[in-house]
Design a protein around this ligand. Structure first.
Ligand SMILES: Cc1cc2nc3c(=O)[nH]c(=O)nc-3n(C[C@H](O)[C@H](O)[C@H](O)COP(=O)(O)O)c2cc1C
Length: 199
């Protein structure tokens, strides 16, 4: 059911964006760097993500594999509705209210990480409320934050910029947005983005 919800949404969004002739929010396609050496060698990397229907989780797993990072799934105590209309309506209400749902767990020893990738689906043009809660729970000073998103055709929209508004003091590396797919991001796009994060 969740998969169907995602497919329906993706299809709708894709059509509307294709009409505009843009792939906003996608990473570029310049020559990828050699990532045979892991890009964050010597740094402790966390890959935290929220995923409703699996697409963002798939990208998170790819990033963890490429960086040697540890995965952390952000999960809400209250589950979201499975019916499409109920889900989108609740998401819209929560986003408009700045609501921060309670999360199931916290990252053990967050202070030990140097780099924190933070992943979310694009919900109504911004990141999911669960990620807002997550970002409110830790002190990120001294860390590098690397946002990534999956979307149904709208691209990055306000995902990255809204995150910077929530955490104006944090040090962000450039974000990436990937089309939402169960199989994750294309290897080229992912490597190109990660390669650009290298010093
Ligand atoms: C409530 C809701 C709102 C969404 N809003 C957008 C949107 O504004 N723009 C967009 O491109 N995709 C939107 N989508 C599609 C998701 O961003 C996309 O399917 C994403 O890959 C889902 O990630 P997940 O499988 O990790 O949950 C929305 C999906 C849902 C469920």
């Amino acid at each position: 059911m969740k998969r169907m919800t995602q497919l329906i949404y993706s299809g709708m969004m894709f059509l509307s964006v294709a009409a505009c002739g843009t792939d906003s929010g996608e990473t570029g396609t310049s020559t990828p760097k050699d990532l045979s050496q892991q890009p964050f060698t010597g740094k402790k990397v966390l890959v935290a993500y929220y995923s409703y229907s699996g697409n963002t989780q798939a990208v998170a797993r790819q990033i963890a594999q490429a960086t040697g990072g540890e995965l952390f799934a952000i999960e809400t105590v209250q589950t979201y509705p499975e019916r499409y209309n109920d889900l989108t309506a609740q998401a819209k209400r929560e986003i408009n209210a700045g609501f921060m749902p309670e999360l199931k767990a916290q990252v053990p020893q967050m202070e030990t990480y140097d780099v924190v990738f933070i992943g979310s689906p694009n919900w109504w043009g911004t990141y999911a409320p669960a990620v807002r809660t997550f970002l409110s729970q830790y002190d990120f000073s001294g860390k590098q934050l690397v946002p990534f998103f999956t979307h149904g055709g709208g691209g990055m929209q306000r995902c990255e910029s809204d995150m910077k508004v929530q955490l104006p003091q944090a040090q962000f590396l450039p974000a990436a947005a990937f089309p939402g797919r169960a199989s994750g991001a294309s290897a080229d796009k992912l490597q190109n983005w990660l390669g650009k994060l290298l010093p």
